[in-house]
Design a protein around this ligand. Structure first.
Ligand SMILES: Cc1cc2nc3c(=O)[nH]c(=O)nc-3n(C[C@H](O)[C@H](O)[C@H](O)COP(=O)(O)O)c2cc1C
Length: 327
């Protein structure tokens, strides 16, 4: 067995809840961590109006203190650590400030997307944390490790948000030819059986996003949550139009916005903008992102109940697999 960094050990199930733009908030992160999996949020979700106290500080204070309190009263079932996602893209004008704040609060797990940078990894290490970088192919995976990331998040085909196009089987196999460190697999994982499948493929943990949109704590429109419940893999469209990078979206939300999901234009990466004055502010608000795994989501539930379901299914899948392995 590979030895994982201490931040990824001792989880109830081998799962990191992925950061979701707009949707992940302290309520969701705290519920995920208390349920025994790593919870996360994008730093950019914590926003304040000009002149107001820095929201990221307030979020980190609340999450840290609430999890500490929980751990003191539940020493036998402590909460899992949390992660903060940094969008490492030139249009993210807050990056330097957010790195400083995360360093000050000793964020235990740093997730970086859209760019691998040595100084972000150094900041994570300097405060005792680890960094995981998300990638969609083997070339980016090598670059991320060269720049000092501790682990990789392989974003395969079918993932919600900015997804890759490669089969998880191919992506993980290529990475495991040269990398023995922590690998998380992302893309349409929404059952306990799929978590075990990710491990069988060679990943250490599953990285799960879309199912958490349909939770009570998630900061998402009720109609969005309901659309996740009612949709399946065939309702997902892969398009670059909305952000300039290919991602997966709910077809009914595209139709509702007056577009033809079967005839979407393409956009190029130069249109990506994570700054304050986004050129397409509607893109993530009205066109709703989701991965292909949402067929397994049958109800809007508290995050705890979702983790309980995954844990029960994971245990059942392990028992089933033991029978197969033992003949
Ligand atoms: C609505 C939505 C928003 C997302 N926002 C972010 C983000 O801000 N940062 C990031 O690194 N990944 C983001 N992702 C990608 C997820 O972190 C993760 O890779 C993906 O959800 C995993 O696939 P799954 O949704 O099929 O579980 C987002 C995904 C969705 C569906």
């Amino acid at each position: 067995m590979r030895q994982l960094p201490k931040q990824l050990q001792g989880l109830r199930i081998p799962v990191v809840a992925s950061p979701l733009f707009i949707i992940s908030n302290p309520d969701l992160v705290i519920a995920q961590c208390k349920a025994g999996i790593v919870g996360s949020f994008p730093a950019l979700n914590a926003r304040e109006a000009a002149g107001e106290p820095i929201m990221l500080e307030a979020w980190l204070k609340r999450i840290t203190e609430e999890l500490d309190r929980h751990n003191q009263s539940n020493p036998d079932f402590p909460a899992a650590p949390f992660a903060v996602n940094q969008i490492v893209h030139r249009s993210n004008a807050r990056l330097e400030r957010d790195i400083e704040i995360c360093h000050k609060w000793k964020v235990p797990i740093w997730i970086t997307s859209l760019g691998a940078r040595v100084e972000v990894n150094e900041a994570a290490h300097d405060c005792g944390g680890i960094s995981l970088h998300d990638i969609i192919n083997n070339r980016f995976a090598r670059k991320a490790i060269e720049k000092g990331a501790d682990g990789l998040i392989a974003v395969a085909a079918g993932a919600g948000g900015h997804a890759g196009a490669q089969s998880p089987l191919a992506l993980i196999s290529e990475i495991r030819e040269w990398f023995n460190g922590p690998v998380l697999l992302s893309g349409a994982i929404s059952t306990g059986r799929s978590i075990l499948a990710a491990q069988a493929m060679g990943a250490d943990l599953a990285y799960i996003g879309s199912p958490f949109i349909a939770t009570e704590e998630a900061n998402a429109d009720q109609a969005y949550k309901q659309m996740i419940v009612e949709s399946g893999a065939e309702d997902i469209v892969y398009s670059s139009l909305f952000t300039g990078v290919h991602g997966n979206y709910l077809k009914p939300s595209i139709i509702r916005a007056g577009m033809d999901p079967d005839n979407l234009e393409t956009a190029d990466a130069s249109s990506m903008n994570f700054g304050e004055g986004r050129s397409k502010p509607k893109s993530w608000k009205e066109i709703w992102g989701a991965g292909q795994g949402i067929g397994a989501v049958k109800d809007v539930v508290p995050a705890r109940a979702l983790v309980d379901r995954l844990a029960q299914e994971y245990d059942a899948a392990k028992a089933e697999m033991r029978e197969i392995v033992n003949g």
